[in-house]
Ligand binder design. Sequence first.
Ligand code: BES
Ligand code: ZN
Length: 458
Amino acid sequence: MGATLEEHLVATRKGRYDSYLAFLRIPSISALPQHAEDCRRAAQWLADALTEAGLEHAEVAETGGRPVVYADWLHAPDAPTVLVYGHYDVQPVDPLELWTSPPFEPIIVGDRLLARGAADDKGHVHAHVMAAEALLTTRGALPVNVKYVFEGEEESGSENLDRWLAANAKRLAADVVIISDTGFFEGNRPAITIGLRGLMYAQIDVVGTPVDVHSGGYGGVVENPVNALAQIIAALKGPDGRIRIPGFYDNVVALTEAERAAIAALPFDEEAFRQRLGVPALVGEVGYSVLERKGARPTLDVNGIWGGFMGEGSKTIIPAHAHAKVSCRLVTAQDPARIFEAFRAYVEEIAPPGVTTTVRQLGGGRPSLTPQDHPATQAAARALEATFGQAPVYIREGGSIPVCASFDSILGLPVVLLGFSQPDEHAHAPNEWIDLNNYETGIRMFARMWDELAVLPR
Ligand code: BES
Ligand code: ZN
């Protein structure tokens, strides 16, 4: 008799880590043009890994930007077809000096693997490939049909993905989508995400004099762009945490009493959460709990601001210009394009005279809610409980995965958000890590998930 799945996974652990680490060594930062070639290398590496795992039709597919990696295995005629989504691109690594080890030289410290992308999202992508490899090696078949779509632009706005999905709609036909780019709840508690926020990302540019001028000679007679920008930003949100843009809340679907009760029932220690973040207090919109504010209410935040003299010491100028990146996390049924228009109109209205203020959109994505009672979601819950030993909680996450809404609107498919990273994994920050126990159990969980889906009535 051949090895069981578990025996196989134990026997192949070393090679699996070599492979995972090799994937992490490729600096596939999608936002930076100088890493475009690295993104292609990562895509090719992944296509090769899929083929080596026994999957078929692996392809690095052009999108006009960073390529999509596609592969499939379609030999389970009576079983459902699952579309698996993840992303092989990663976030930039600055500030580099805060990393305790280089971001693209992965190292294992105790139970943790440290590297950019270890959790978000190469760990999930790699676990999917390894789950398929283990099933194909030990059983010679998968219990379901699987189509893999691994994107390379998720961290920079997925600009080309919707077009690629629409153009490939026929070959992407499936019964359900599994997106593996979310994680567990506080305390490493298994979770299924049922809500993601959307995003509207914009830049404000404020211009005064053509060049900096002496603040003694001209202070008091020309508007200072940095002051003007500060004034604009201060007017966007009230002390009650409410966003003041007219019409901003128009399409927000309010939480029902039942939804609020479900959120309130989550095992959440607010004080431990505050301490983990190292802040003196948690703040936000009045009338909503922390979990409601971070998962189910919209926000407005400045992501970056610059202008004027930023060197050592002092320099007496009225700066010529000032800039800010501002983004809003959105909830159902806010539309990023409409929110941008409302934002632009309001900023133009409140911009003080004496400077020229322009607003442009840099990106966006729609919010999404996924069905908790869908049979595939319940299959995922059984797979989580069987492997991680604990029934999952259902949570709304504050982050965004714009393609989640696209799978519904473009392909008409239901989505299950199924991942296993941890909330304090330092995603997008220095020293990103993944718990290797989660990664290992995650592989078994994905394999189990295919078995759970295979027996569902179609
Ligand atoms: N994995 C995250 C999304 C996420 C974050 C899910 C937190 C659950 C909790 C994803 O890789 C991501 O960072 N998305 C971007 C999308 C944006 C660039 C459109 C985000 O949320 O900022
Ligand atoms: Zn991310």
